[in-house]
Design a binder for this molecule. Structure first.
Ligand SMILES: [Zn+2]
Length: 741
């Protein structure tokens, strides 16, 4: 208890003339003087004390006893064992004085979110007194600049790398293989490792003074940019991408000659080719760490690059490889031997211990015993390799993304589309030829025609005008006075549904939409639709320069900009585009190759997306588009360019399959669902939900089946149902575990 609040003191105070004033007395002067030690004061303040009130023109009480009591109470603060080896930032340091005593970590290990790679063993008060303070180990904490941006799997990765290269995972081994899949940030994890090693160690000094990154020449610039991006001007990497032999030699000599605590340019980034050509210089000294990007180049331990790198004086080695190591034993050996020579023995030992028994066990006429022995050896080998290899697949990324709701939307053809479709099938050559058992080139162009008709009759209007094969007399089917100038969404089932989806999104949400189609003509229709509805849009054009592209993408992604729709041709190379400004994506026509649809979805459902994503895959019910979907489901992926370039028809379709393509299934809500012979649906209603663990990657039979709008999760699609929807499959990417979006 504070002395001034003790009954005796209070009583004394009451005798004073101005006691009411006195009650609120605060040692303001003292407090000011001791601002730097606010933290210490925190600890002694009585919980009964009244909250501080503002002191204005009051007299400052300079009662000596109270002041003394106050100081004493500070000084009598009970002794606490400090956090091992860490002193806060309150210490007063005089310039030019070398401080003896406890060393401290470079970064605060107790800060929120700190990534601690090494924690010194806790010492009791007694040990602490005995210990030689200047030799106590300190925390190793990843620079918060990087620690703050690392995601959970990357934190784990950096810790793994650090444990490996400091010999903490496998005694006397200082290497590892980083084999994360694309997109998980291998480069960033390696930069965090390098930066930590270059500045810290438990010994309170840098673990290494220099590091080399060896990469394919095309990635040298990229590495240099990445270092700049994450570390800013904290470090100047030396990136060598060109120059005369003498010039490069000179730069490398200078690099190798650097030693000590603060090397000015401690990171060298160099291509495999240049490394090999200048091996003699690089072999002159010692390097703390070498990182080999695209390290599967080193799978052959006989080649020159391998030898040049392997004979370098660099104990700590990290090999980066995005492609999984093939099940090739020699490749295993080469890569692991490079990073951790010895853990698999010499080449001869490896052969005897692993290769021979494993291959023997795989032999067709191996005995059961051999087979079992082979399997055990393989397990043992994998066990050893996994101690120095880390590989995560990009699946883990989805855990950090918001939920994606994927919906396959079956849209009824309009009467006009149905009539045109039926007439085409009756008249066109392929059908006739197929009946005769012939496959011809015209089959493929007919596929394209039908797909276009599914998109909108306007896309075949020209053919009707010219009375092309399959469209003779078709012109009469169009409404009188029809012109392709206006968009007329009511003539196409899918276009009607799209029109609803866009209108509902526009009026009930603040979301933006990406529209994808295989056909530029369809994108032209979208433009017309947008103009008539006054939606602002941008359209990506294959002829745009990269710079212009980047500009419109950036503009679109900014939520405060009014562009509502981004149009994309799946052929214009949407690959790599980041359109996270949108969280709804409509795929207007299905692609033969499911990978292309995946690519399209990845434009919005990717790193940085904050909202729930809705994907709409539109299909015309009962048509060729359903067959494409069914084929996708069978994973018989076709390269879409093969089909769309109208090549090689007989290689991809059997006669039976082609015949099927050229049929129209009428009177169905979903031909695809009919084919499942689904047991979860009774009388067109889903009575049993899909299994708990099913998600977007499950087979469509394991998705939600909706023959009416009641079962839908997406309010926008729900209110678009009546436009022309006949059936919907929907599924989610994962359970939303975060609770907040
Ligand atoms: Zn069903």
């Amino acid at each position: 208890m504070r002395r001034s609040l003790a009954p005796s003191q209070v009583a004394k105070r009451k005798q004073g003339a101005d006691s009411s004033e006195d009650e609120d007395w605060h040692p303001e002067t003292v407090q000011k003087r001791r601002k730097g030690e606010a933290e210490i004061r925190e600890n002694y303040i009585s919980p009964f004390r009244k909250p501080l009130t503002q002191l204005t023109n009051r007299l400052v009480c300079l009662d000596g006893t109270k002041h003394e009591a106050f100081i004493r109470s500070i000084l009598s603060k009970p002794f606490k064992i400090p956090i091992p080896n860490y002193s806060g930032s309150l210490g007063i340091r005089a310039l030019g004085l070398k401080r003896a005593g406890v060393r401290k970590a470079l970064h605060d290990p107790f800060e929120e979110g700190a990534l601690v790679l090494y924690e010194p063993p806790a010492l009791g008060a007694h040990d602490l007194i005995k210990a030689e303070k200047e030799k106590l180990p300190v925390h190793v904490v990843v620079d918060p600049v990087l620690g703050k941006v690392l995601r959970p799997h990357q934190r784990e990765g950096v810790k793994f790398l650090w444990d490996c290269v400091t010999g903490r995972r496998i005694g006397d081994s200082f290497g590892c293989i980083m084999a994360d899949e694309m997109g998980l940030g291998k480069t960033l994890q390696c930069i965090a490792l390098m930066w930590t090693l270059l500045r810290q160690s438990p010994d309170a000094k840098p673990e290494i003074d220099k590091a080399i990154v060896v990469s394919p020449s095309s990635l040298v610039r990229n590495w240099s940019n990445e270092v700049g991006k994450w570390l800013g001007n904290r470090i100047q990497p030396l990136a060598i991408d060109g120059g005369s032999k003498e010039e490069i030699d000179r730069k490398l000599e200078n690099f190798m000659a650097q030693h000590g605590l603060r090397v000015p340019s401690p990171i060298l980034i160099i291509s495999y080719e240049t490394f090999r050509l200048h091996t003699n210089v690089l072999h002159k000294g010692k390097v703390g760490l070498v990182i080999c990007d695209e390290g599967h180049r080193l799978k052959n331990s006989d080649n020159q690059t391998y030898l040049a790198l392997n004979t370098m004086n660099a104990q700590r080695r990290v090999l980066i490889s995005g492609t999984p190591i093939q099940n090739d034993l020699l490749e295993y050996f080469s890569l692991v031997h490079f990073v951790n020579a010895g853990i698999l023995g010499t080449a001869q030992e490896f052969k005897k211990r692993f290769e021979v028994p494993i291959l023997k066990g795989r032999d067709a006429d191996a005995s059961d015993e051999d087979r079992q022995c082979g399997e055990e050896k393989l397990k043992e080998l994998i066990g050893i390799v996994n101690r120095c290899l880390i590989r995560r697949t990009s699946d883990i990324l989805s855990k950090y993304l918001p939920v994606k709701i994927e919906q396959v939307v079956f849209c009824r053809l309009t009467p006009l589309q149905t009539e045109l479709y039926k007439q085409f099938l009756k008249q066109a050559k392929p059908a006739e030829e197929l009946q005769k058992g012939k496959i011809s080139m015209s089959s493929l162009s007919s596929i394209t025609t039908l797909k276009k008709l599914c998109n909108h009759p306007a896309l075949v209007y020209d053919k009707c005008m010219e009375r092309e094969e399959g469209f003779e007399g078709a012109l009469e089917l169009f409404p009188t006075g029809y012109s392709t100038k206006a968009v007329e969404p009511q003539l196409s089932g899918k276009m009607l549904v799209l029109d609803y989806i866009l209108a509902m999104t526009r009026s009930t949400t603040s979301d933006k939409v990406v529209l994808v189609s295989n056909y530029t003509q369809t994108l032209d229709l979208f433009e017309k639709l947008c103009r008539s509805r006054r939606y602002l849009y941008v359209r990506l054009d294959g002829t745009m320069s990269i710079k212009k592209r980047a500009k419109i993408v950036e503009r679109f992604n900014c939520l405060s900009n009014p562009e509502f729709i981004f149009m994309l041709s799946s052929k214009a190379g949407g690959c790599g585009l980041n359109l996270i400004g949108a969280n709804r994506l409509v795929m207007f026509d299905p692609d033969w190759n499911p990978a292309n649809d995946e690519q399209a979805m990845a434009r919005v459902w990717r790193d940085g997306q904050k909202k729930t994503c809705y994907i709409y895959r539109l299909l015309s019910t009962g048509t060729i588009e359903e067959k494409i979907l069914q084929r996708q489901a069978h994973k018989k992926a076709l390269s879409s360019c093969v089909v769309d370039e109208e090549q090689d028809v007989e290689r991809h379709f059997s006669l039976e399959e082609l015949k099927e393509l050229f049929t129209l299934t009428e009177d169905t809500a979903s031909d695809t669902h009919n084919r499942f012979r689904c047991r979860r649906c009774v009388n067109g209603r889903q009575v049993r939900p899909p299994p708990e663990d099913s998600d977007c990657t499950s087979d469509l039979s394991q998705w939600h089946h909706c023959a009416d709008k009641r079962g839908l999760k997406d309010a926008v699609l729900q209110s678009s149902w009546d436009a022309a929807v006949s059936f919907v499959f929907h599924q989610r990417s994962h359970e939303d575990q975060r609770g907040v979006v």
